[in-house]
Design a protein around this ligand. Structure first.
Ligand code: ZN
Length: 245
């Protein structure tokens, strides 16, 4: 079979045998895939630093009829996020993005919007050297692109508008609830956080003012987004605990 080529974002890699690596990547024109990079664990190998979490690469691979795994032939670095990849807290943020993508996107399904969101998020974590705003934006947009974003203006149970009051959410329910219908353990999504969601909906992450980072709504939106992702995938995001400790 001839080699295929796609722009891709590396999601994760695992050692495989003595010399190889198993690589999970999100291809712009292939969707999420897994492949084997032969010889990638050897000291001298042709992959260099291309196989880091969320590195933006061009990848050449060959599909094999009988196997799930493709054979990766070559990878060329387009953008690396060295600062973020080598810092503990920033790289935990990148790992959360990678884990989320693995959970929400089925294999082999092309998703241009998610590809652009992941790339933008990685670039902004690197540029801002901070994760708060980027992860809140990423979580919000992941839920929105999945078509799972609940109404932000009224209670999911009774339909009463929230007005200036807080709404409430948790990972066991898909919506936002008012004070009357809030369940035990639910966390607030304040009026300010819901206004910030409107900003997220209209502006690109790289245009957002750094001053927004200090708003409590950033954290509230990130928590709500991650809770809804966990609700819809019915799985906990393991990296999230690392980020919160
Ligand atoms: Zn209600």
């Amino acid at each position: 079979m001839p080699a295929r080529e796609t722009e891709a974002i590396i999601l994760k890699t695992f050692p495989l045998g003595e010399a190889d690596r198993l690589v999970s990547f999100l291809g712009r024109s292939s969707g999420r895939m897994r492949g084997v990079a032969a010889g990638a664990r050897r000291l001298k190998n042709r992959y260099g630093s291309t196989l880091q979490v969320l590195s933006h690469v061009r990848i050449w691979y060959v599909e094999r009829e009988t196997r799930d795994l493709v054979r990766i032939q070559q990878a060329e670095l387009l953008d690396s996020f060295n600062k973020a990849q080598s810092d503990y807290s920033l790289s935990t943020g990148l790992a959360l993005v990678s884990e989320t993508v693995e959970q929400v996107l089925p294999e082999h399904e092309v998703n241009e919007a998610m590809f652009r969101l992941v790339l933008l998020t990685a670039k902004e974590v690197e540029r801002r050297a901070a994760t708060a705003l980027s992860l809140a934006y990423f979580a919000f947009w992941t839920v929105r692109l999945a078509g799972c974003l609940p109404r932000f203006d009224l209670c999911a149970v009774c339909g009463q508008p929230f007005g200036k009051g807080s709404a409430f959410q948790d990972s066991f329910h898909p919506g936002l609830y008012d004070a009357e219908h809030r369940r035990p353990g639910m966390k607030p999504v304040s009026h300010e956080a819901r206004e910030l969601a409107e900003v997220f909906a209209k502006q690109r992450l790289d245009q957002l003012d750094e001053g927004l980072t200090a708003l409590p709504g950033v954290q509230e939106l990130r928590d709500a987004g991650l809770n809804w992702i966990e609700h819809h995938t019915e799985r906990r995001l393991a990296t999230r605990t690392l980020l919160e400790t």
